[in-house]
Design a protein around this ligand. Sequence first.
Ligand code: G3P
Ligand code: MG
Length: 250
Amino acid sequence: MWPYPKIIAHRGGGTLAPENTLAAMRCGLSYGFRAVEFDVMLSRDSVPVLVHDPKLGRTVKGAGNVSDFTAAELTVMDAGNWFGAAFAGEPVPAYEQVYRFCSDNKLWMNVEIKPAPGFEQETGCVVAELTRRWLTADGCDADPGARILFSSFSYAALAAAQAAAPEIPRGYLTDAIRADWRAQLDELGAVALHTNQKYLSAKQAKAVTAAGFGLFCYTVNDPARARKILSWGVDAFCTDRIDLIGPDFS
Ligand code: G3P
Ligand code: MG
């Protein structure tokens, strides 16, 4: 049901490095993590880059929509200075760079497809097509899940990823679990449900795992809560506190 890593560094390095940067991936790796989650969005010229918010301003200096800038413009923007002077100049990375870094360092990827509003289908399609191409070039196409799991809050984005590269596994992200979760997972051919740990109950956890799906939670920063949800049968979770919850936490 869940042949993937159990503990995943959220946005690369959790709270210890600027999210969704190569510095964050290096940080996760330096803490011994073998799996990272990160967010991918399209630039104006349809190149996937790592960024969480659809607007500049919080982690990337500037203003306006990410989707109004080209990849060439975005990948020279500073995504590190907001976090600390030591990270000044750390750029917005292209997904391809991060894919390569993770592959070279044997870091498993939970690629969260994070479309800017209005670009749901295109984002799912482009991310899936590119990923398939890279996995094939790397000889990993026979078992894509050994390297990558897609997830998204966007049904349309995941459906587009499914159409473009059905062999790359998908998890459907939802805040609180909805009544129709089962039908949605089935339609998307998803292998797992990804949900907010805050709202999860033991009963829901049991229902999801008993139905044969993987169950992933975000974002678990309290070791006691982590132990509790694992005791309910949760398969995996991502954490911001990579200093408190290590890759071999149980
Ligand atoms: O993929 C899990 C988690 O990252 C979802 O929420 O907002 O941190 O991308 P967010
Ligand atoms: Mg995310």
